[in-house]
Design a protein around this ligand. Structure first.
Ligand SMILES: *Cc1c(COP(=O)(O)O)cnc(C)c1O
Length: 355
């Protein structure tokens, strides 16, 4: 794929090392853009200065929400190499999302090439302090100027980059989780397994409710029986119960996380029994009561591993372990971030060098 470059004449000031980075608030000098129309397919691939997009107010994305996104990170290793973590998994998932919401797919090798191109252009923006990285946000929006419900025939694919600090500024601290039994995020047959903005709109109300009650994240139950655990806000969820690692099976309404898959594979390689299955909130509270609920943690690109210290459903609150960080959660965090930074050798193909 041929990529055109139009580099900025006004580079921005990069964040200074003594200023702690937050998450998703500052953006680099450039972005990647390409367009789609039925005649040319994906075309005019370009790296251009980061700037506002100009769209018709009638653009379909504003009215019917035809939008997808991805989230991944680039890291700078101590030897200066720029590393991506399992980008093939994000690209495969992006195209599954595209299929689900009627957006034309992007050839996998082109997708990887354009990610590398824009990351390489702004590689000086990759922070190097522990816990920091360059967050990569590819997304696609429907751009037909049209009111009426059908798939758009034109699209814009954009990749923006954001230097980020730790997702939770407090560090690897246990979070408090609210089990939501009124609102649901997704149902089987819906969009739950697609990475689409629409899922997040559906989640806002419960998130506000949980925040108001002093909880940082919502743990979703299944949309039909509201009994079985699905996932947390933007993370998949894991439990260690009597030595066994348990995570909800991918049932169609759960987002198939790359970090989830990686944790399953690491736990298996360390000899832990791992079960991907249905697990009810009742089973969880029982395990907590009889002392077999040893650890709970969330997994996602943004936070990597997020230990859970408290769970609440209705008026029942349980503390997990001593409310601190579990041993396996810490080991997973150290191992996954070690692999991402090129300090630990991971399984074959997990780390891709941007050249
Ligand atoms: C992105 C996302 C995850 C985590 O997926 P990763 O690939 O591990 O970052 C989990 N749940 C939802 C709803 C998500 O959007």
């Amino acid at each position: 794929m041929n990529i055109r470059y139009e580099l900025t004449k006004n580079p921005k000031n990069k964040p200074t090392a003594d200023n702690p980075l937050t998450f998703g608030t500052i953006f680099t000098d450039h972005m990647f853009v390409m367009d789609y129309n039925p005649t040319d397919g994906w075309n005019d691939a370009r790296v251009v200065p980061y700037a506002p997009l100009v769209l018709e107010p009638s653009a379909m994305v504003f009215h019917y929400g035809q939008e997808m996104f991805e989230g991944m990170k680039a890291y700078k290793a101590e030897d200066g190499r720029v590393l991506l973590f399992r980008p093939d998994k994000n690209i495969e998932r992006a195209n599954n999302t595209n299929e689900r919401i009627c957006i034309p797919t992007i050839p996998e090798e082109d997708f990887l090439q354009v990610i590398k191109a824009v990351v390489k252009t702004d590689q000086d923006w990759i922070p190097t302090k522990p816990g920091t990285s360059l967050y990569i946000r590819p997304f696609i929006i429907a751009t037909d100027p049209f009111l009426g419900v059908r798939p758009s025939s034109t699209y814009k694919f954009v990749i923006i980059l954001s230097p980020v600090g730790a997702y939770y500024p407090e560090g690897l601290n246990p979070v408090k989780i609210w089990i939501e039994d009124e609102y649901v995020r997704a149902v089987r047959g819906g969009l739950g397994e697609a990475k689409a903005g629409a899922n997040y709109v559906a989640s806002l109300k419960a998130q506000v409710k949980a925040h108001d009650a002093g909880y940082s994240q919502v743990l979703w139950l299944d949309g039909v029986e509201r009994k079985y655990i699905e996932e947390v806000g933007a993370m998949n969820i894991f439990f260690k119960i009597a030595g066994t690692v348990v995570t909800p099976a991918l049932n169609g309404s759960i987002l198939p996380g790359v970090t989830r898959r990686s944790c399953i594979e690491l736990c298996q390689s360390w000899g832990y029994p791992v079960e991907e299955r249905k697990i009810s909130a009742d089973e969880l509270f029982e395990a907590a009561q009889n002392g077999t609920l040893e650890e709970v943690w969330g997994t996602g690109t943004a936070a990597v591993i997020s230990p859970v210290g408290h769970l609440r459903k209705d008026d029942a609150v349980v503390q997990i372990g001593d409310g601190g960080i579990g041993e396996l959660s810490q080991k997973l965090y150290d191992t996954v971030t070690g692999i991402q930074l090129g300090k630990i050798e991971g399984p074959e193909g997990w780390v891709v060098v941007v050249e």
